[in-house]
Write a protein that binds this ligand. Structure first.
Ligand code: FAD
Length: 492
């Protein structure tokens, strides 16, 4: 075996997964087809839960440095920094259930730079110019064929994670089922100039699609394009799209960098087949409406990393690795579901226009605004565990608690999680507890919370209100997530 885990793809998801694996003691290698980091400006931000995942690893300040500029740019482009549903920009951060838990506006290439430096700093090798072209697995491991400047290589590992994006080679080679719905729209956005705009309708929605132009940029939301396009956007392709939407023949010059994407919504039927796992866009593709894909993928990575590392080390409780699919597949399915609804609202025509008006009006009702906010931020996340949730936080991502330490002083929870292990906050940790770090606290900053076991991915595995420290689900939680590495205690 050459490494513990081969991670295919050095996009943000592969990079974070590799870092999480390394932090949990595994030796991953990342294979990336490109010859260097990706400068494609896709995502312009990540949601609150991915923001918190990065803050838990000490990357909060670095990502926050980009946020002010990101917000200013977003407000310039959309009139405010409100979140949106189907380009209805009404999700008001101030109205949300937990207004302090916010997204970060950072362009994807900037985030990738931070993750490259974080992963390499932890000792993760990233092999650029290494394209996976073949894959086979048996009972003991996975073998890949890789094309590189040194010719064709073969690498073998006990496990492999396909983080190789929406057109995943890993997904196709295994093969994983990838059911879903075909595209209803194609979106193009390119640096380009239209020679004469005088006959065009004003920028925005019209009864055939959506067209934006000006400032050296052209973007089309095209619902009548049945062709499958590959490769860079050409002037002819963009002219044809403008014509379909506006009915006007234009000449387009100076086509530069551009992006093309659709609202095809598909999800791997299983996130694990044998020793191969999928994460990020390799596991799910959908339209970028509402800016959810990268957030979703980064959370796949933090859910998978510690589970896979424990499996490789042979310390994982039975079934731990399979909880990755059970927990993350439904979350992905919900995102696909809401992006389909957004595509329906983006369709041109009087019926969608009427529905948009009604949805926009409903969003003025604060509870409805929060409903959309919870949906797009993912903050409504709650995993069902194989034991009862005896506290409202059980199964939910733990916020950054302000802790008062028994030995004196205060600290924030996320400052204790940089090493990535499981953590028990407790007023009186038992000396015999092993397999996780215990922190003695006199206060968690929440009146309803006296103790909590927090998984490496920030999910609360068990929690107790004051007066309920003997809650019996604690033992089950420890067995489920930490297992035999932990010494059983009679008093704990
Ligand atoms: C226009 C647009 C706007 C978006 N906006 C947002 C947003 O605001 N917020 C948000 O959360 N999400 C957004 N997204 C989604 C987000 O960009 C993706 O979800 C994200 O890039 C997924 O990351 P990934 O690491 O899974 O895949 P990718 O970023 O696609 O990385 C996959 C990597 O695998 C490599 N690879 C592929 N095949 C192979 C192979 N055979 N061998 C080796 N390497 C291989 C690729 O070169 C690539 O580097 C947007 C997407 C688009 C298109």
């Amino acid at each position: 075996m050459d490494n513990d885990v081969i991670v295919v793809g050095a996009g943000p998801v592969g990079l974070l997964l590799a870092a999480e694996l390394r932090l949990a003691g595994a030796q991953p290698v990342v294979l990336e087809a490109r010859h260097g980091p990706n400068d494609e400006k896709r995502a312009r931000g990540i949601g609150p839960l991915a923001t918190e995942a990065l803050r838990r690893r000490g990357l909060g300040e670095e990502i926050a440095r980009h946020d002010a500029q990101g917000r200013a740019d977003f407000a310039r482009d959309h009139g405010s920094d409100n979140g949106h549903f189907a380009a209805i920009h009404k999700i008001d951060p101030a109205l949300q259930d937990e207004p302090g838990r916010e997204r970060t506006l950072i362009w994807q290439p900037e985030l990738e730079k931070i993750l490259v430096s974080y992963a390499t700093g932890l000792g993760v090798p990233i092999r650029y110019g290494h394209r996976v072209t073949g894959l086979g697995q048996d009972e003991a491991g996975v073998t890949v064929t890789v094309t590189s400047a040194r010719g064709e290589l073969r690498l073998r590992s006990p496990y492999l994670a396909g983080c190789d994006g929406g057109r995943s080679t890993v997904r196709e080679l295994v093969p994983f089922g990838f059911p879903g719905t075909p595209p209803t729209m194609t979106v193009r956005r390119a640096a380009a100039r239209i020679e004469d705009t005088s006959a065009l309708p004003p920028p925005g929605r019209n009864d055939r699609g959506t067209l934006f132009y000006g400032g050296g940029m052209v973007a089309t939301f095209d619902f009548d394009d049945t062709e499958r396009h590959r490769g860079p956007i050409t002037a002819e392709e963009l002219e044809a799209s403008v014509r379909r939407i506006s009915g006007v023949d234009v000449a387009i010059t100076e086509v530069g960098a551009g992006l093309r994407f659709t609202d095809q919504a598909r999800q791997a039927s299983s996130y694990r087949l044998g020793r191969v796992l999928l994460a990020g866009d390799a596991a799910h593709v959908h339209s970028p409406s509402g800016g959810q894909g990268l957030n979703l993928g980064l959370l796949d990575a933090v859910n998978l990393g510690w589970k896979l590392a424990a499996t490789v080390a042979g310390t994982a409780p039975a079934g731990l690795l399979d909880t990755y699919h059970h927990e993350r597949h439904p979350v992905g399915a919900e995102v696909l579901h809401n992006t389909r609804a957004q595509s329906a609202l983006l369709r041109p025509g009087p019926h969608s226009d009427a529905l948009r008006d009604i949805v926009a009006d409903l969003m003025d009702i604060p509870e409805v605004n929060r409903y959309f906010g919870r949906m797009l931020s993912g903050l409504g996340l709650r995993h069902d565990f194989p034991y009862p949730a005896t506290h409202p936080l059980t199964g939910r991502p733990c916020p950054d608690l302000e802790l008062t330490l028994t030995g004196g002083g205060t600290t924030r929870l996320y400052d204790l999680t940089h090493q990535g292990g499981p953590l028990m906050l407790h007023p009186a940790p038992a000396a015999q507890w092993t397999g996780f770090e215990s922190v003695a606290v006199t206060s968690t900053g929440r009146s309803d919370l006296a103790a909590a076991l927090i998984r490496p991915d920030g999910i609360v595995a068990w929690a107790a209100a004051p007066g309920h420290l003997d809650d019996v689900t604690r033992e089950t939680a420890l067995r489920t997530w930490i297992g035999a590495g932990r010494q059983r205690t009679s008093d704990g």
